[in-house]
Design a protein around this ligand. Sequence first.
Ligand code: DGJ
Length: 740
Amino acid sequence: MLHRHPLRHAALLIPIAILAAVSSAQKADSIHYDEHTRIFRMDAADVTYAFGVNNVEELEPVYWGRAVAANDPLPAPHTMPEASSNDSAPTVTPKEYAGWGGGLYPEPALKVTFPDGNRDLVLHYVSHKINGDELIITVKDIERAVFVDLHYSIDPATGIIGRWAVIENKTSTPIMIEAAAAATWNLPRDTDYSLRYLTGRWAGEWQLQKQAILPGETVLQSKRGSTSHQNNPWFAIERGEHPDEESGDVWFGALAWSGSWRISVEQDQLQQIRVTGGFNPFDFGYKLAPGKQLETPKFFGGYSHEGIGEASRILHRFELTKVLPQGPMPKPRPVIYNSWEATEFHVDEPGQSALAEKAASIGVERFIMDDGWFGQRKDDHAGLGDWYVNKEKFPNGLKPLIDKVHSLNMDFGLWVEPEMVNPDSDLYRKHPDWVLNFPGRPRTEGRNQLVLNLARKDVRDYVYNFLDDLLSHNQIAFLKWDYNRNWSEPGWPAVAPDDQKEVYVEYTRNLYGILAELRAKHPGVEIESCASGGGRVDLGILRYTDEVWPSDNTDAFDRLRIQDGFTYAYTPEVMMAWVTDSPGWTNNRTTSVAYRFLSSMQGSLGVGANLNKWGPEDFATAKQLIEAYKGIRETVQHGSLYRLVSPRDGSETSVTESVSSDKKQAALFTFLHSSTMNYPYPRVFLRGLDPKTTYAVTSIYGRLSKDTPTSASGSYWMSHGVDVELKGDFQTAAFRFDAK
Ligand code: DGJ
């Protein structure tokens, strides 16, 4: 019989070098190990996270929540008793990282099949190391040499914990990994939880959902090969019957992976909440040869006791300082112009030059030419894969346009879609085997294109080389990296059938590798992640890209809801928002230039309208509002966001406020959908100001009630509030508050 309960005092087995590391790390602030209770404890910001080695040598969660005192007793973990003959101790005892084995019914973190048919895997503690803010715990199967290093990091400023696993096969035969999560998060046992998550579709991303967590399992996932519009790898769990934006306990997490992913949220038979996330086990199979390792994506988790508003702000700070490539404090995003909605595929040198002149005249800082400049691209039927400049449209290459843009004091950005190919292209005619496919089966097209198999080295090299070449020979400051379809027939016929499913890992790794290499070689170049709008936004891609395109839907009213949902998980810094034409293609809705600007000014501002159609008044308003935006952009992009009134659920109004990190400035945006019954606009109460500082208020656009003082204390603006003069349909006003 297998020995599932090795020595209780396994600490005695920890090698001396590791014990030395432990005692030196005990001096470190954030991570401690208590040899008596065998508890690991991590503390940072206002958060404590603790788990320990239990009586059967498994890692069992102890606590995650608001910081407790350093000397508070945390009881040593102990397996729960069998709940019934149907619910044995191993399945009811919560676990940090469970192998599928030993009668486990909730989602396992790791599931493997051995060549002899054994599929039982039970992971026991072996040893640990603490290196500053990182803890690595090694666990191993009770019998076979399958080791897993469980990594934990804690961010001192936000208390956000990063977790990931490295699985190593030290047996002498390959093993097949069928499921590999980064982590399981366990919440305090309770039944009063609700889950928030983000769903959507093309042109309708970032819809915030809420549902009670009941017994059973809710699965958030993408099986599409990339992050997806339909579900985003973020969750938040609120406790209590009426949690609100600024109060209550909230646990949240985000998975840093841009391939197929899954997060399962379970309430088990003893009402324990377990959240397990990592690679999507659907169609997954990673053959791990002897001596090889598989590293999972990172799963970040945080906690706030000040509601979901603060949870978002914590996550925003973490993204700005610890995730984005230009962290700890990225450069504010420039105001951009993008040609897509103006010219679609019909780009040429004179047309783009004319738009560039107009864009420069209103204060745009970066001019981006979108799709259409390469190969035989006239529409979406041809050209993807052939990354040479189209001679009919640009007879002298890109240089004259780029020089023109520079002469107008803007930098130049270019659209690419590197992972795709049209069957009507030289590349596909030459390399039909480069796409994801199952031989002999139809190749399903989406927007007349197929997906190149980036897991292949030759494809990876091709993609890297053409981009490197483009950036080396042209003065390009920015790439808009697009990705316009999901996977189908994800075969990789060039490798053995047993190895083909590795495409789910290798593709995404190669994508990250290309981005990292390009950034290293061209450090001045910034990159946007776009995927038919917001189809690839996650903490994985954000390590290599500076901004994202949240949605192709640029309707200023729809955008209020889209942007509201987006900010639950991601910082406004990366949230590109363009002012486009009215009536817009999405809803045929007419809104004023100012309304469209103020909607976009809540994120990183861009203009995507056909400026050839604008009149002098439009240019004047645009110029004034772009100037005003530059005066508040640091606050909007790097400050603290307060979602004062939500645009969701048919709300007639919506209000956001951003407060700069030093609390010296705030920017307030107010929107009215439609006034009814002669009601005045509800009073707006600011948040996050310094109560004792005096702030002067000035209008960016629109009016406050005439009784409003020109300056008052932070306390006044927060407690007394302000009355905004708004009436009509699709009305808006914005104000800034500056410390005197
Ligand atoms: C989809 C993107 O989301 C759009 O902004 C635009 O770049 C088009 N692709 C171009 O084909």
